[in-house]
Design a protein around this ligand. Structure first.
Ligand code: BGC
Length: 754
């Protein structure tokens, strides 16, 4: 794979465009371009442009080229060497579309670099929508200052399997948490006048055979799981675009799936923006167009042909696709460009304050790392202790997930050359060495061993007061892990170090839950996910108690693969990193096994105890809950309660409200939560509103949301399995049509303290 520097022509072209648009807006008394009138609505403005467009201009807008040089593509002059490019339509004052991956930062060009957020799972683990917004605004601003105006962000597929290669791009297994976190991240990006997508719509919850497999799921389970996450995120963040996924859903490719695109997204959810395809996800012209696809991405490079070129023109000429559909496609795209300010505030090259942005990423990691185990208060460390730091390239940096979302620091890759060096690599490390950050805090001796020589590492560990072992699991799009085992000799390394030193702390840099056969032998485990820019500093600050670990698991942590709905993923793996695929990938993946009972709901439904439940996480203090009182007020289910910090340190808690609907076989659902920071001994009186969308079921035959009458059990949890406070409320039966679901509660948590 090669990367080119941004061509100078691109900068010149953009500067010209900016002047061009601005002068046109202010020149004539009867404006030549009435759509530049900012007093009009995005829809009015889009309609005016569409009226002025030629058919060729419309077809240009609905067919975006690849913006880079891979796969033999010859990059257009003006493209910024990234995911997608559509030339400016100067006659109309429309800027070029410059599309950049992805949800964790500006991914390309790698040579220029950008600030990497930690994994999406870290942001989700913060349970803090405001933080998700701040992270989104940071990466959106970097995109804008690199000249990009569309960001391929907003990963909202639910985590149905810890082995899915892209879990680090997503926000967990719960529809409400995912919807609110991703929705706020999208709103943050778009606050910078950059269109954000939400992706991959829908059910791209596995990567194995992602371009062919069919995710089979019944419509009720679909609406109550992944689709609910998308619905809430779209309502919260108003993404300008939805990216349809590679896979099929109930046998029909997502990008030509009339039910997904036209019925659910555009009719039931009244989505006004545009649907763009994933890169290589289009298989037809008329069928896709009629189903609701609005823009083909990089078809000339990744699809069999450019379906939204000649074939679609022919379909229009023959009357198979009405002209009004082409106009609608153009309208939807333009509407989103106006709505997010892309046209009024053109993206332009400008300096980026990388030091400030790194702090934003670091802050997310500090809020989202999850302390899984801490025996005998081994953590926080004291500066006086000698430390043996082992493994994970901790002397150089922290790991990043791979594929299209991989972000390289402006300072480069801290550990270049590791496999795989080609797609879905390269394997990238952020230059933020935990070892350096630990050295800055430890007054005692700090030594380092790479961990390749297990005996040497154990010897080093035996000589120190504490040992901190960094273990890693690289993951990326296009493949899943066949199992939950850490790669290489890392399990043996941890076991040997733990044997040599009872004060062993394990720091995980990974895609998500992995097997930990050595768990009982180590003193502490910190889940750091992919820690992002500034991740090394964040980890050290957490280990030394400069910040209290506050993350809560956004995914359940199974003991092993046998606990999962699908214990095997046939064909999973990536040979170049030693994960040899076994068996033929499935053509159909049966999501009806768990249906809407994803994650913690599956474990409750099957009466299985995972290793760590959803919502779980330790801190350096502890909290108790009291005076739990649920009630119904103006039709809303609310619960008030008191949280008290019982420890000797300040800390953050995330009390979680779970609701169980009346009826047999129902399992609890996360319906709301609070995030509260309390000093030692301090209490807060909190009131949380249950989101009404979690108190209804979808009736597919009647196309309605229904709230059953009866008693709703409410539980206040430290996690999805540990409760301190419960009660019930009675609600009458109610129903809402599929296109007018109950209005969301916008994650309201009211607090007062003493
Ligand atoms: C990924 C998308 C990404 C696109 C463009 C695809 O392989 O699935 O998430 O936005 O490439 O790079």
């Amino acid at each position: 794979m090669t990367f080119r520097k941004t061509p100078v022509a691109a900068f010149i072209g953009m500067a010209l465009l900016t002047c061009f648009g601005a002068s046109a807006a202010s020149s004539a008394s009867k404006p030549a371009r009435p759509w530049l009138n900012t007093h009009l609505s995005p829809d009015q403005r889009a309609s005016l442009v569409v009226k002025a467009m030629t058919q060729d201009e419309k077809f240009q807008l609905i067919d975006v080229q690849f913006g880079d040089t891979e796969n033999g593509h010859v990059m257009s002059p003006g493209a910024l060497a990234s995911a997608g490019y559509d030339p400016a339509i100067k006659r109309l004052g429309l800027p070029a579309l410059q599309e950049s991956d992805a949800g964790l930062g500006v991914a390309k060009p790698h040579k220029l670099g950008a600030t990497a957020l930690p994994s999406g799972l870290a942001t989700a683990a913060s349970f803090d929508p405001a933080l998700a917004y701040a992270g989104g605004a940071m990466i959106g601003s970097e995109a804008h200052h690199r000249g990009f105006n569309v960001m391929l962000a907003g990963g909202a597929d639910l985590v149905r399997d810890p082995r899915n290669g892209r879990n680090f791009e997503y926000a967990g297994e719960d529809p409400l948490l995912t919807g609110l976190i991703v929705g706020h991240a999208i709103a943050g990006i778009q606050s910078q006048h950059v269109v954000s997508t939400i992706k991959h719509y829908a059910f791209n919850d596995l990567e194995t055979a992602r371009t062919t497999f069919s995710a089979d799921i019944n419509p009720t389970a679909a609406r109550e799981s992944d689709l609910l996450a998308f619905e809430i995120a779209i309502e919260t963040g108003h993404p300008g675009s939805v990216m349809c996924s590679y896979n099929r859903v109930n046998s029909v490719y997502a990008c030509e799936n009339d039910w997904l695109l036209d019925k659910v997204l555009k009719r039931d959810w009244h989505y006004p923006g545009y649907v763009m395809s994933d890169w290589g996800a289009v298989h037809s012209a008329a069928k896709s167009a009629l189903a609701g696809l609005d823009q083909e991405s990089a078809g000339e490079t990744f699809d069999k042909e450019v379906y939204f070129g000649k074939p679609l023109r022919a379909a229009v000429a023959s009357g198979k696709v009405p002209q009004s559909r082409i106009d609608d496609m153009a309208h939807r795209i333009l509407r989103s460009l106006f709505a997010s300010g892309v046209i009024d505030h053109p993206a332009e090259q400008a300096p980026i304050d990388f030091a400030a942005d790194r702090k934003v990423a670091q802050h997310v990691e500090e809020a989202g790392a999850v302390l899984l185990r801490n025996q005998n208060a081994l953590l926080p460390l004291s500066g006086a202790q000698s430390v043996a730091v082992i493994g994970g390239h901790a002397d150089k940096g922290v790991l990043t997930g791979g594929g299209s979302s991989a972000v390289q620091s402006p300072e480069g890759n801290a550990v270049p050359g590791l496999a795989p060096t080609a797609w879905p690599g390269p394997r990238i490390y952020q230059p933020s060495a935990p070892l350096t950050a630990i050295r800055q805090r430890a007054h005692g001796k700090v030594s380092y061993a790479s961990g390749e020589d297990i005996a040497a590492a154990a010897k080093l560990a035996a000589q120190a007061k504490v040992a901190v072992v960094f273990v890693e699991q690289w993951s990326a799009e296009s493949f899943d892990s066949p199992h939950m085992t850490l790669p290489g000799n890392q399990d043996a390394l941890v076991a040997a170090v733990a044997k040599a030193n009872p004060h062993t702390i394990v720091v995980l840099e990974n895609n998500g839950p992995v097997a930990m056969p050595w768990l009982d032998q180590v003193g502490a485990v910190l889940e750091a996910w992919y820690p992002g820019a500034g991740g090394g500093e964040a980890i050290a600050r957490l280990l030394y108690g400069e910040v209290d670990p506050a993350g809560r698991l956004p995914v359940s942590w199974p003991r092993d693969e046998a606990q999962l709905p699908r214990p095997q993923i046939p064909g999973a793996g990536l040979a170049s990193i030693g994960l040899i695929p076994q068996g033929q990938p499935a053509e159909q993946v049966d999501y009806n096994i768990e249906g809407a009972n994803v994650g913690y709901r599956w474990y409750q439904h099957k009466d299985i105890q995972p290793l760590f439940p959803f919502g779980y996480g330790l801190g350096y203090t502890h909290f108790t809950y009291s005076a739990f009182k649920p009630r119904v007020e103006h039709g809303h289910v609310m619960a008030s309660f008191t949280v008290t910090n019982r420890g000797k340190r300040a800390g953050v808690d995330v009390p979680q409200l779970y609701a169980t609907l009346p009826g047999s076989g129902e399992v609890r659902r996360l319906a709301g939560w609070c995030r509260v920071n309390l000093k030692p001994g301090q209490s807060a009186h909190l009131e949380v509103t249950a989101d009404p969308r979690l108190l209804v079921n979808f009736d597919a035959s009647g196309q309605q949301w229904q709230r059953p009458s009866g008693s709703y059990q409410l539980q206040l949890g430290h996690s999805a399995t540990s409760f301190q406070g419960q009660g019930s409320v009675t609600l009458p039966k109610a129903s809402w049509p599929a296109d007018a679901p109950p209005k969301g509660a916008s994650q309201s948590c009211l607090a007062s303290r003493n």
